[in-house]
Ligand binder design. Structure first.
Ligand SMILES: [Zn+2]
Length: 323
């Protein structure tokens, strides 16, 4: 593959792994609160135990989801009394400094002070972060961004957001990384209140919706549209092609501004694997002129990237509490 960067990055020392080397046997609890599912697991150092999954039940609203998360925390602490810290990663507008889930289009957070609540309920140190940034932290520690100086972890699922790795540091601004709201010139209004956003063309639900509008066929998600396109359905091919072109347009802007060496793609839509990566690379190669082509790859951590990231947040919180 043509790429302008040195691809030796993977062989360099992964900075993030230090925490695992220091706390190889440390037991922590990790929780990932996403738009459709809450995942939780006990980790011993980098070793992940059984993953528990419960539905988020968005209809319950902020109060109901919060109660569900707190119950899960209590259950896991009872299950693993030796746990020394808790890490929690949440979707939405998450203030990592104050530990508050401020707002969310999908989970309706109403300034929930999760860090203080979990600390008060368990007496344990708590690491809290945004779900996609936690995924980026996992990629930086043991995934595709290991040893990379400038990179991007882009999660494409019910929404699109990125964890931006800039000069070795993950950007933690609560309004940063909203790549899904870059204008790609679509003719649609976006849930954010603007119009033309990437999310109106390339998320799982928008791919399914656009296919339904063209074909009259209801599908559960992007995976079906992708399968149809592979078997020669021209309308599915059009919708999938539009999604890929829009992604490549948004990424061209990102590449022009921040010059990532590597872009790791995660989230549900990335399960198309080379069916997404291949055409995305081809589109980018035709759009990039003076910019260097980054390495484009699917996440190797799958849908556990955020949960792994939460375990690292827990380890960091433990280390910080120990001083
Ligand atoms: Zn938008």
């Amino acid at each position: 593959m043509k790429t302008g960067f040195d691809q030796e990055a993977d062989k360099k020392d992964p900075k993030g792994c230090l925490i695992y080397e220091t706390h190889k046997n440390l037991k922590v609890i990790a929780i990932d609160v996403g738009g459709t599912e809450i995942k939780a697991a006990v980790f011993t150092g980098p070793k992940q135990g059984e993953v528990f999954r419960v539905k988020t039940l968005r209809a319950e609203g902020s109060k109901g989801i919060t109660a569900r998360v707190m119950k899960l925390v209590a259950d896991l602490v009872a299950l693993e009394p030796e746990a020394k810290a808790i890490g929690i990663a949440l979707a939405g507008q998450i203030n990592e400094e104050t530990g508050v889930a401020e707002a969310s289009e999908n989970l309706y957070w109403d300034n929930v002070p999760f860090r203080d609540m979990i600390k008060a309920a368990t007496g344990l140190p708590v690491g809290l972060g945004h779900d996609v940034r936690a995924g980026g932290l996992a990629e930086q520690t043991l995934g595709g961004l290991k040893g990379v100086e400038n990179g991007l972890f882009l999660a494409i699922g019910t929404g699109i957001a990125g964890a931006m790795l800039i000069q070795g540091k993950l950007n933690s601004h609560k309004f940063g990384g909203e790549i899904g709201h870059l204008n790609v010139g679509s003719d649609r209004s976006c849930a954010c209140g603007s119009s033309g956003c990437l999310e109106t063309v390339a998320t799982g639900p928008s791919i399914a919706q656009r296919y339904f509008e063209k074909s009259g066929i209801q599908v559960a998600g992007a995976a079906e549209v992708f399968e149809f396109s592979k078997s020669g359905d021209a309308l599915a091919g059009q919708v999938w092609g539009d999604a890929v072109r829009s992604l490549s347009l948004a990424l061209t802007s990102y590449i022009s501004v921040l010059a990532p060496e590597v872009i790791v793609i995660g989230g549900g839509v990335s399960k198309a694997g080379e069916g997404l990566m291949g055409p995305l690379r081809a589109n980018l190669e035709s759009q990039l002129v003076w910019q260097k082509m980054p390495l484009i790859k699917a996440s190797s951590l799958g849908d556990l990237a955020t949960c792994i990231g939460a375990s690292i947040l827990a380890q960091n919180a433990y280390a910080a509490a120990k001083g």
